[in-house]
Structure formats: C-alpha cells, structure tokens
Design a protein around this ligand. Structure first.
Ligand SMILES: [Zn+2]
Length: 240
C-alpha cells in the first residue's frame, strides 16, 4: 500500500523511553512541524542512565548529562518543552503509575497528536524494539485511551487541575508496516545536529550521520520519493 504524506498536526506530544529516541525517530519531522507553527513537547520516560560508552564517566553523572543533551537536541529543532519522568532505564514496564504519569502529560499539554514508540515488536530491527520502547508505546496508548480522556481515571489528576483530554490521532515510530511519511530532506541537517547533541552516546558521530542518512534514504524510497530524498515513516491512526 502506498504511503501517504503526514501533514503538520496542530499540536504534538512525543512520548519516548530514552533521551535520543525522538531524535533518531522523528527529529526531522519535528523540525518541519515547528517551522510550520506546530507546538511540540517531549516527554522522556527515563534519564537513559544505562546508556553511554565511556567507562571514565561516573555513572552517577549520566542522568544529568543525558537530560542536558536532550534539551540541547530539542532546541536544535525548535522545541523548548522537555519533560522527564525519571523512570529507570532498562526496567520500564506498563504500570498504573507510568500510565498515570503519561496521562498527566497529555492532560497538561493537551495535544492533537501523540507520537510514541511502537508497542508491537519489529522483528526486522532489534534495536528499534528495545523492551523500554515497547513498554512506553503500550503505556502511552493506555494513557491516550482511556486514562487521559476518562475524567474518573486517576482522580488525583483532575483534583490537581489536569482535566480530561481526548487525543485525536496517534503516530507510531518503528511500527513494522508504516502508513505515512514526512519528507525531511529540508530538515535532515537539523536532525543530524539534534542527534549529535547526544555526545555521550556517540563514539563515532560521522559514522552515525552516515547510517542515519542511509536509513532515511531507504525510507524515502519506500515512500516513493526520488533519489536524494530523505523521509521518516509513521503508522498513523485516529483515536477520537
Ligand atoms: Zn531508546
């Protein structure tokens, strides 16, 4: 089935497991959307405290480094709202407290569209289906329906002034069979800059840039775009 172009949503909340997930997954699209006037906010579930490659960096410093890197990456694609939920990297599961925390973010930012990671494993891409990604995708869908829209779910949220909100549309990253694409040829450089803000994760930034160019070029071909184009792919469905 031919992929359809995804137009900039009116407002977006991106929910991902680790710092850098949003940049590898969709920073090119985010840059397009913020340029078009869309407000985009990020909710990052962990501090990525299991990440990195340099054993000389004390592990206790990793969470602060990764939060700082994610904020810098966000700035490069026009995003200044970055929230961290502080869960432990590598141990995320679908719990009522995670659902409540994500529902709280949905109620606070009141997005038209939520973008998150696929809760369905992609057998062709083991790295895309990190167990934290699968758990965050599932918990986010539970937060979209029913938690954020049901005024009687997690009543402490409404008591704190976070009133029910219905998300209109969800877009999943790394779902095995995407339905939509964003042509990110014009914002590829901004995406690469955002990825390279995660210095603590990149032993060889030039090699990473080359890999990302290759992935996005393959995605552009899948989307039916010509040579020299780059795309990010999504599985999009209505949730209202
Ligand atoms: Zn990740």
């Amino acid at each position: 089935m031919a992929l359809a172009p995804l137009s900039p949503p009116p407002s977006v909340l991106v929910v991902t497991a680790h710092p850098d997930d949003v940049d590898f997954g969709l920073a090119g699209s985010v840059a397009q959307w913020t340029k078009a006037g869309t407000h985009v906010a990020y909710c990052v579930v962990t501090d990525g405290n299991a990440g990195g490659f340099d054993p000389s960096i004390p592990r206790s410093e990793i969470p602060a480094i990764r939060r700082r890197e994610q904020r810098a990456a966000a700035e490069r694609v026009g995003v200044d709202a970055v929230e961290f939920l502080g869960y432990v990297d590598g141990e995320v599961s679908v719990t009522p407290s995670l659902r409540r925390d994500i529902a709280a973010m949905i109620r606070r930012y009141r997005p038209h569209t939520v973008v998150t990671q696929s809760p369905v494993r992609n057998f062709a891409r083991i790295g895309a289906s990190h167990p934290d990604h699968l758990a965050v995708g599932e918990a986010t869908l539970c937060a979209v329906y029913p938690d954020a829209r049901n005024p009687f779910a997690f009543e402490e949220l409404a008591q704190a002034g976070l009133l029910a909100h219905t998300v209109q549309q969800v877009a999943l990253v790394a779902y095995p069979e995407p339905t939509h694409y964003v042509d990110v040829s014009a914002t590829l450089d901004a995406k690469l800059e955002a990825i390279c803000a995660h210095e603590s994760q990149l032993p060889d930034p030039d090699a990473t840039r080359e890999s990302v160019r290759g992935w996005l070029s393959t995605a552009a071909q899948q989307a039916g775009l010509g040579e020299g184009r780059y795309a990010e792919l999504f599985f999009v469905f209505a949730t209202a």
